[in-house]
Design a protein around this ligand. Structure first.
Ligand code: ATP
Length: 978
């Protein structure tokens, strides 16, 4: 590579453009002091990237810009262009000729570099300087007065020179770069390893967690695939069982009711009959005691009368001899007494007939009463049955929600899934019966709208319906709705209007939290008495509001009307609860009424029996008395014949005696009491026999009831169990699997035996429970950490491979550096001794390692022995000697490792003339491989250069160059010397 042109303008004293063309060989630049010769040296250094203003002999970089002179104004820009011949391609610029240039503007700071006129980076310029070997610290540019620095330099600085000569700077720079890379690689490796070890610590528990979570998911899926089918089967089975149990229970209940009714009837009958029997027994006892007394008196009287009668019979039979008068008198007395008896009999018969008639009438009345009671009882029983059936139907509707639309029903049944669920509109409002029709008519299907807290809950519920094909429903989010009102003037107009009842919102009750709902649904609707009122008031309000009559007829906004007769529907949502509670209250009352009627029936039947006994007894009394009377009448008729035969006297009844009379009266009394007593006794014994079956029936019913209640509680227990299982299964399905039964049914069917499925489910649940707390997020987290860990591991491998590669490269570079240094030192030493001996005319010199064991870092010492001298310390040599030693080393190095360009600024200044000649001859001997630009004042040098440039300052302060001949050059030097 050759420097073939230097162009400069504005640089230091080069106010005018200077152009120096070179053609290799040795070029000398001569000129007077201060003419600007060394500025060429500076200019070349500057372009090659010199950063130190001091090295350029200034204080700041701007000092390189032409500062002006007395005649020429200062310039604002310094520019230097170097042109190289690169036909040997020593530099990797892809051109045979290339330029590098540097420009600096005053006041702007910064430097601009160009390669071939194109802007370039500082490091590109440095690269070229390095490649070509013309870098600032090299031997290529030796500034004025610095040649002896080579001799006086420290071993380390000298090593730098050798390194440059050996061309290791490239390797050193690479090594530095490699070391930097090594450092950053190691830092990165440390960082990566720190993170890796942290991740490893994290991964250990995370892997366990993820593993657990995977097992959990796997088992849960397995569980789901079996459990849903099992739940469906169980729900079906237990629902059927529930229906069966409900049917059984209701038939048990029916039976129980029936038995209880019987029991109460029997108990009442027993009680009533026992009471009657007791009363009758008391009466009978009293009668018996009366009867005994009467019979006692009667017995005494009859004894006396028997004696009288015996005497009378003896007289009449002629057993006792009496006078005819006495006989007639006896007959008379007998007849008279018999007549009295007959009359008594007659009177008694009349009494009996009266008693019979009275009893018959009573019996008739009792029949009537019993008949009417039976019909009342039937009515009450029928009503009771009807109420029971209706209650059952309403409860079924309520429990099975059969009166709800599918979507509403689905949400109501799964309300536990929605925290913000409040209820259906119908659940949340209460209406008095008289307003129910109007409100029902207004709300219609809105009664089934579902009230929720927020629109988010509604969205969740809608999605649930979609996912489970659960039907369609309408939702009212409380936080979204606004209360509706009537305009104040319209409200005023309504007040006092005939037929105006109230605003619909005023007719329903709600909890405080739902008052907004009430006003949202009903706040602007008017309720009137009749459809006529509705029509009138609607017009009054200019058809702007819905007006509804108490019958539920509607005049809508705008005047459209709907109305008519609706079927009474007890299932309607607003009234179902009230209807249920009304039936629940009415049924016990009817049952009480029925049992009262039954009691009354028993009482009446008892009375009837009593009257029948009365009739029977008195009938018997009547017939007995009649027959006695007839017997007595016959006997009396015979006595009368007897009397008529013995007495012509008309029969006049003598006064009957007191005994006979008393006997008759007592007899009558006795018979009456006897009859009564028999009636009572008959009734007592019939009651006893009536009570007996009641008692045994009661015992039977009680036994049955006992059995039934055992069954009942068994059914209830079983029902509770089934209910619990159903609830749990339903809850599991909805809360755990988020499924309705319908959805679950269309899910995977169970293909294994139920019991086997049950065992699998139980085991899986146990397995899942045994897993304890599971973190499902850990799977993804673990995957992420694992991925990161693997990447970092790869990264670590790459980095440690890179580190090894760098270490290998460093070792390789160290090897190259050591080889090159050793090779260079060896060659330089050979040349050094030769040049030194040539320059000094003898002696010896060599360079040595200060630390031969560590060639990579060793310093370089110069051992120089001019002929006859044994000075060891270089500092002790004269300036000229130091210069010769340095020049010898310089030439030795250049000889050993030729450089393309070498600028030598007055390096030979301290040499004597003979050595100047030798110096110049060495230049000539080296010029084939190295281009020399020498700035010189010395004649000897001038004579041995190939081309000479003279520098002058024709304009003061401005340098100009021109080619000169030797003679002219001498003149210039002489000029200077003068
Ligand atoms: P010598 O033979 O004494 O070493 P020289 O020919 O090498 O001298 P240089 O050192 O190249 O001379 O040039 C120094 C001259 O350049 C001085 O006259 C100095 O005033 C001038 N100079 C340096 N910098 C500037 C500048 N920025 N503007 C104008 N002139 C400058």
């Amino acid at each position: 590579m050759k420097l073939i042109k230097v162009e400069a303008q504005g640089f230091k004293s080069f106010a005018d453009k200077v152009v120096l063309n070179f053609d290799g060989g040795v070029v000398g630049i001569v000129g007077p002091n201060g003419s600007g010769k060394s500025n060429i040296n500076d200019a070349i250094r500057w372009v090659l990237g010199e950063q130190s203003s001091k090295a350029l002999r200034g204080n700041s970089m701007e000092d390189v810009i032409f500062a002006g002179s007395k005649t020429v104004k200062e310039l604002d820009k310094a520019e230097v262009i170097l042109t190289f011949d690169n036909s040997d391609h020593a530099v990797s610029v892809p051109h045979d000729v290339f330029t590098i240039s540097r420009v600096l503007y005053r006041g702007k700071g910064g430097n601009e570099y160009y390669i071939n006129g194109e802007i370039a980076r500082f490091r590109d310029i440095k690269e070229i300087a390095m490649e070509s070997g013309i870098s600032k610290s090299s031997l290529a540019i030796i500034s004025q007065g610095t040649i002896s620095d080579i001799a006086e330099a420290s071993p380390e600085q000298r090593r730098g020179i050798i390194e440059e000569a050996a061309g290791t700077s490239k390797y050193k720079a690479r090594k530095i770069e490699a070391l930097r890379k090594l450092e950053t690689t190691e830092e990165a490796l440390d960082k990566v390893r720190t993170i890796i070890s942290e991740l490893e610590k994290r991964l250990v528990p995370l892997r366990k967690q993820a593993e657990k979570a995977k097992i959990f998911i796997e088992k849960s899926n397995e569980l789901k695939s079996v459990e849903i089918g099992l739940l469906v089967e169980d729900l079906k089975f237990f629902s059927d069982k529930m229906t069966f149990l409900n049917n059984e229970l209701s038939s048990v209940n029916e039976k129980k009711d029936e038995l209880e009714a019987k029991l109460s009837l029997y108990s009442a009958s027993i009680k009533e009959n026992s009471n009657s029997k007791l009363k009758l027994e008391l009466d009978a006892d009293k009668l018996q005691s009366d009867l005994s007394k009467i019979e006692e008196s009667l017995h005494q009287l009859e004894l006396r009368q028997t004696r009288i009668n015996q005497r009378r019979q003896d007289i009449l039979n002629g057993d006792i001899k009496v006078t005819p008068e006495e006989k007639i008198e006896t007959l008379k007395q007998e007849l008279s007494e018999n007549f009295a008896r007959i009359n008594h009999y007659k009177a008694y018969e009349e009494k009996a007939e009266a008693e019979i008639a009275k009893a018959k009438e009573l019996s008739l009345n009792l029949d009537k009463e019993l008949f009417s009671l039976a019909s009342t009882k039937t009515t009450v029983s029928n009503r009771l049955e009807t109420y029971k059936t209706k209650l059952q139907v309403l409860q079924d509707h309520k429990n099975n929600k059969t009166n709800l639309y599918k979507g509403t029903k689905t949400i109501v049944e799964h309300s536990s899934l929605f925290k913000g669920y409040k209820g259906t509109v119908a659940d949340l409002i209460q209406v008095e019966k008289e307003f129910a029709k109007a409100i029902e008519s207004i709300l219609a299907s809105a009664l089934q709208h579902i009230v929720v807290d927020t629109s988010e809950t509604a969205v969740k519920a809608v999605n649930f319906l979609k996912e489970n094909r659960g039907g369609w429903a309408t939702f009212i989010p409380l936080t979204s709705i606004q209360p509706k009102d009537m305009r104040q003037d319209h409200l005023m107009a309504l007040q006092g209007q005939k037929g105006f009842v109230a605003l619909a919102s005023e007719l329903v009750d709600t909890k405080e939290e739902f008052s907004v709902l009430k006003r949202f649904l009903l706040g602007n609707i008017v309720v009137t008495q009749t459809i006529e009122d509705a029509n009138r008031i609607s017009k009054l309000l200019q058809l702007k509001y819905m007006v509804v009559s108490l019958d539920g007829d509607i005049v809508r906004v705008g005047g459209v009307m709907s109305g008519g007769a609706k079927e009474d529907n007890q299932n309607n949502l607003l009234e179902i609860d009230r209807n249920i509670s009304e039936f629940e209250k009415a049924i016990p009352k009817l049952m009480e009424e029925k049992s009262q009627l039954e009691l009354k029936e028993v009482e009446l039947k008892n009375k009837k029996q009593e009257s029948i006994s009365t009739i029977n007894e008195w009938s018997m009394e009547l017939s007995n008395t009649k027959s006695k009377r007839l017997d007595l009448t016959d006997r009396n008729d015979a006595l009368k014949v007897q009397y008529d035969a013995v007495s012509s006297q008309a029969l006049e009844f003598s006064k009957t005696d007191e005994i006979t009379d008393e006997i008759s009266k007592l007899t009558e009394k006795r018979n009456e009491i006897s009859a009564n007593l028999r009636i009572k006794r008959t009734r007592i014994s019939s009651l006893a026999s009536e009570i007996a079956p009641f008692v045994s029936q009661k015992t039977e019913v009680e036994n049955s009831l006992y059995e039934l209640s055992k069954n009942h509680s068994q059914f209830i227990n079983e029902k509770n169990k089934v209910e619990f299982i159903l609830q749990e299964n339903q809850k599991r399905l909805t809360e755990h699997y988020q499924m309705t039964l319908e959805m679950a049914q269309s899910y995977q069917k169970l293909e294994i035996d139920l019991e086997e499925a049950r065992v699998i489910v139980k085991n899986l649940k146990q397995d899942i429970k045994a897993l304890g707390n599971v973190n499902l997020d850990s799977i993804q987290e673990c995957e992420e950490v694992e991925e990161r860990y693997n990447k970092l591991k790869e990264n670590e491998n790459e980095l440690s491979e890179a580190k090894n590669t760098i270490l290998d490269a460093i070792a390789e570079m160290d090897k190259i550096i050591v080889n090159k240094i050793q090779e260079t030192v060896d060659i330089v030493n050979k040349e050094f001794r030769y040049v030194f001996q040539t320059m000094f005319g003898g002696g010896d010199a060599q360079i040595q390692y200060t630390d031969p064991q560590n060639i990579l870092e060793t310093g370089i010492d110069i051992i120089a022995q001019p002929p006859g001298k044994s000075v060891k310390n270089l500092k002790l040599f004269s300036g000229g000697e130091k210069a010769i030693i340095a020049i010898s080393l310089l030439f030795a190095i250049i000889k050993a490792k030729p450089i393309p360009l070498c600028i030598l600024d007055e390096v030979e200044a301290a040499l004597d003339e003979a050595n100047v000649i030798r110096y110049a001859e060495f230049l000539q001997s080296l010029k084939d491989k190295t281009q020399f630009i020498v700035i010189t004042h010395r004649h000897g040098t001038m004579t041995k250069v190939d081309h000479l440039f003279g520098a002058t300052m024709q304009k003061r302060g401005v340098t100009s160059f021109f080619s000169v001949e030797l003679a002219k050059a001498k003149e210039l030097v002489v000029e200077e010397n003068n």
